[in-house]
Design a protein around this ligand. Structure first.
Ligand code: XMP
Ligand code: MG
Length: 179
């Protein structure tokens, strides 16, 4: 069923059941991959808040959870080169295994910015888990991107934490913009 948010129309792309199923599989992979350490999961607000919550519930190894807040869209539907750094990470990550949790990787600018910033703090490792990836939009490869929920086309999406003009974050499914 199509929905309207502000001036745009959206149609269903990925439903809640599929998101949960994929999240469980990624969680199991993380439980195995981080068995030997106590990782720090770094959630990137706002868009990933539901994914962080659902993913973290699948984790059964000791871990810490921290947050940072970045913005690159400022309410529109295209990614901006300039990144706004709203809230910095409050934990010391020196010598720690860090896993960044993102909602979506588009051009990759946000992640490159965050990875460069966190690397200066000398963590033992940095990897990234993103629910969504737009491979056609990615401007340069991100070596640290090890876990991806779904690859999608270069289209604007909302729901399950993702917004258009700050609305639509509450939707249980992911929707794409009707062209
Ligand atoms: P970049 O281009 O830096 O963008 O990889 C990543 C950030 O931009 C936001 N983003 C989106 N938000 N629908 C959204 O609601 C989208 O289709 C979309 N694509 C990118 C998001 O905040 C992400 O962290
Ligand atoms: Mg985001």
């Amino acid at each position: 069923m199509k929905i309207k948010i502000a001036d745009l129309e959206f149609e269903p792309l990925i439903n809640e059941d599929l998101i949960i199923e994929r999240t469980k599989a990624i969680g199991q992979q993380l439980n195995a991959d981080y068995l030997q350490s106590i990782p720090v999961f770094v959630g990137v607000l706002n868009g990933s808040f539901l994914f962080i919550a659902d993913l973290i519930k699948q984790i059964n190894i000791p871990c810490e959870i921290a947050f940072t807040k970045l913005a690159s869209y400022y309410g529109g539907t295209t990614s901006k080169l300039k990144i706004r750094d709203d809230i910095d990470l409050m934990v010391d990550i020196k010598g720690r295994d860090v896993l960044i949790i993102e909602d979506i990787v588009d051009t990759g600018n946000t992640l490159h910015y965050l990875i460069d910033k966190l690397k200066q703090r000398e963590p033992a490792s940095i990897k990234v888990c993103s629910l969504l990836l737009k491979p056609e939009a990615l401007q340069s490869p991100i070596e640290e991107l090890k876990y991806v929920g779904f690859e999608i086309k270069n289209e604007f999406v909302v729901g399950y934490g993702l917004d258009y003009q700050e609305m639509g974050r509450n939707l249980r499914d992911i929707y794409k913009k009707v062209e």
